[in-house]
Design a protein around this ligand. Structure first.
Ligand SMILES: NC(=O)c1ccc[n+]([C@@H]2O[C@H](COP(=O)([O-])OP(=O)(O)OC[C@H]3O[C@@H](n4cnc5c(N)ncnc54)[C@H](OP(=O)(O)O)[C@@H]3O)[C@@H](O)[C@H]2O)c1
Length: 397
């Protein structure tokens, strides 16, 4: 029985609240806090057990710490934006409370994400005797656990790893992003980066692509190489990996709109002076685009996210593929969110459960692959994200 404080009442926050509420034997008390109180109240009204709500500016360490002291949770789940990671970690340090998030810190004025800022908390979290679990969404999150599960049970060593994220759903809108538009567009327009032979290699944004035949009737789709944060921790914790890459599908329509928006400067994050006001084009664009939460009732189709690992088992070459398929409409029926928020929110709840039940424990700052994958994999099957495993004939070229 534990008290949990969830910060962020967006698409992912809504799923985390629903899923924690479904497991009262672990999450006995829930507080949902966010910048806009009415959004917390709207989510709370849809849950069939009482939860508390509060307004908080998570950029303010003092406000966060005061709210933590008032509610005294056992764990803070941060599903606000990556910009809030550090102030929320500071508030957890000040109050001696465990921390979990789904995306690594990103400074608002620079489209760059890496673990160094959060790893800098390692000693202070250890000295305080508290734990931070970083990246407990799907990718990062379940993909890290898939990789350590393959390594534990199916390959003695992983030589090549490809994480492949496919959204084969359709929301019928001319252009929309399926999670926070600002974070999504910063990620997609960044240079591609992958690990090979002990070093990072850089490519132009979405400049490298392959065709991949997705299972269970989804079929062949073009996937584009991008940088993604789990590559950084996975090659650190599994140093045998010779090459690690991350791929994502995009529709031609999405790419066409993105190219135009980039060409006209709408994806820039430097302020522009407009009629005496400073405007950040990407933030203004976010205000124009559909709220990802509004896509829930519109989105049809499925997602397929998984890991292809190439290596050896008992000296024999093997290519193992572990994946989950998630149906947008089924997610909406269960928690009133589409599959992108669902596939992030369920692993956030499971990561929290691992910490609160003591199955995953430690003092300091951790990534998902540092713990035993088995109980997490069992819970993915149990709480709505069942996975499959199969052998492939060949790795991704
Ligand atoms: N690992 C994964 O697989 C994965 C996948 C998708 C997303 N994510 C991450 O999940 C997180 C949430 O994504 P989302 O799609 O739910 O985003 P979202 O819909 O934009 O929700 C973000 C929420 O955070 C709140 N917020 C923003 N700044 C705040 C502040 N200073 N203080 C308090 N609350 C604040 C927002 O408040 P307002 O409502 O007032 O704006 C909003 O409710 C992001 O960090 C994203 O990168 C991870």
């Amino acid at each position: 029985m534990a008290k949990v404080m969830i910060v962020g009442a967006g698409g992912v926050g809504q799923v985390v609240v629903h899923k924690c509420a479904q497991v009262p034997e672990v999450f006995s008390d829930i507080l949902l806090a966010s910048r806009t109180l009415s959004k917390c109240e709207r989510i709370a009204a849809r849950i069939d057990r009482p939860i508390e709500t509060a307004q908080v500016d998570a950029d303010s360490v003092a406000e966060m710490a005061a709210l933590i002291q008032r509610f005294s949770p056992d764990l803070v789940i941060n599903v606000a934006l990556p910009y809030q990671d550090l102030p929320i970690m500071d508030a957890c340090l000040a109050t001696g409370v465990d921390y979990l998030d789904t995306a690594n810190y990103e400074p608002p004025d620079e489209a760059k994400f890496e673990y160094s800022w959060q790893r800098a908390y390692q000693e202070r979290f250890r000295e305080k005797g508290i734990m931070a679990l970083l990246g407990s969404g799907f990718d990062p999150g379940a993909t890290n656990v898939y990789t350590s599960y393959i390594r534990k049970h199916h390959l003695n060593e992983i030589e090549e790893l490809d994480i492949i994220d496919c959204n084969a759903g359709d929301h019928g809108q001319p252009f929309a992003t399926n999670f926070n538009p600002e974070i999504n567009i910063r990620e997609v327009t960044a240079e591609g980066r992958y690990w090979e032979d002990g070093d990072w290699r850089t490519t132009g944004p979405l400049a490298v692509s392959r065709d991949f035949d997705f299972p269970e009737g989804i079929g062949p789709r073009r996937v584009y190489l991008m940088y993604h944060e789990e590559l950084e921790s996975l090659v650190q914790h599994l140093p045998e990996i010779r090459r690690a890459r991350f791929w994502m599908t995009f529709s031609d329509n999405y790419l066409k709109h993105l190219e135009v928006l980039q060409n006209v400067g709408m994806t820039r994050i430097e302020p522009v002076l407009y009629e005496g006001h400073e405007v950040i084009p990407l933030k203004f664009l976010k205000a124009l685009l559909p709220d990802p939460a509004s896509l829930g009732p519109l989105t049809k189709g499925r997602t397929c996210i998984g890991c292809v690992a190439h290596g050896r088992k008992n000296g024999k070459e093997r290519v193992v593929y572990v994946y989950n398929i998630c149906d947008h409409e089924a997610c909406y029926r269960e928690v009133r969110s589409q599959a992108i928020s669902y596939t992030t929110g369920v692993p956030a709840m499971i990561g929290a459960k691992m910490m609160l039940t003591g199955q995953w424990r430690g003092e300091g700052v951790f990534n998902m692959e540092q713990f035993d994958p088995d109980p997490f994999m069992e819970d993915l099957n149990r709480y709505g994200l069942p996975w499959q495993i199969r052998d492939l004939y060949a790795p991704l070229p």
